[in-house]
Design a protein around this ligand. Sequence first.
Ligand SMILES: CC(C)(COP(=O)(O)OP(=O)(O)OC[C@H]1O[C@@H](n2cnc3c(N)ncnc32)[C@H](O)[C@@H]1OP(=O)(O)O)[C@@H](O)C(=O)NCCC(=O)NCCS
Length: 163
Amino acid sequence: MAESEFPPAVRIRSMVADDVFRGFLETLVALSPTGLSCKEALSIYSQREQNPHLLTLVAIATMGPYQGKVVGTLSVVYEQRFIHRGGITARIEDFAVHPHLQRQGIGQELLGYAILHAKSLKAYKITLIASDDNVSYYEQFGFKKSANNLRLDLAADSSEAIN
Ligand SMILES: CC(C)(COP(=O)(O)OP(=O)(O)OC[C@H]1O[C@@H](n2cnc3c(N)ncnc32)[C@H](O)[C@@H]1OP(=O)(O)O)[C@@H](O)C(=O)NCCC(=O)NCCS
């Protein structure tokens, strides 16, 4: 059976350290190559874990050839603002589904979970930056294009940066 005919059921949960060894980096490649070893990724995970305003979700396949593997990921960055009387905003980052398993509903599961989580924290809005190709994807979930995103690249190798 071809992979695309075999939609894997997934379980969404917060990332744990061992997910680095369960295909997390292979999934993130769908967004951008990280160039990280597992050891380096683990060290970054440990630092991120200290940040209470950061949620990293993973989708774990519960059946099929990828069972037990990380097949999707999405991070949410929460921030308390002065405006909106100290209201909380949520920003979605690092959203990726394994290159072999896209368009099978995994992204939808992750995004749905993230939206519910942000609602449960009473965030008043969720923002993200999408490429033109992905705008209609987010519109299905109620996102609307808003303002202009500007960017000042500060890293020396920024000419190759896409995210
Ligand atoms: C964008 C991405 C996260 C979506 O996850 P996914 O699991 O492939 O998408 P889903 O299966 O949940 O898609 C849900 C619906 O949106 C549709 N869809 C998927 N990608 C789409 C796109 N780029 N534009 C429009 N619709 C899209 C699907 O066909 C599906 O519709 P259906 O239920 O009628 O079949 C994934 O394709 C990915 O990792 N892309 C590469 C990295 C990337 O662009 N990340 C987002 C950065 S902003």
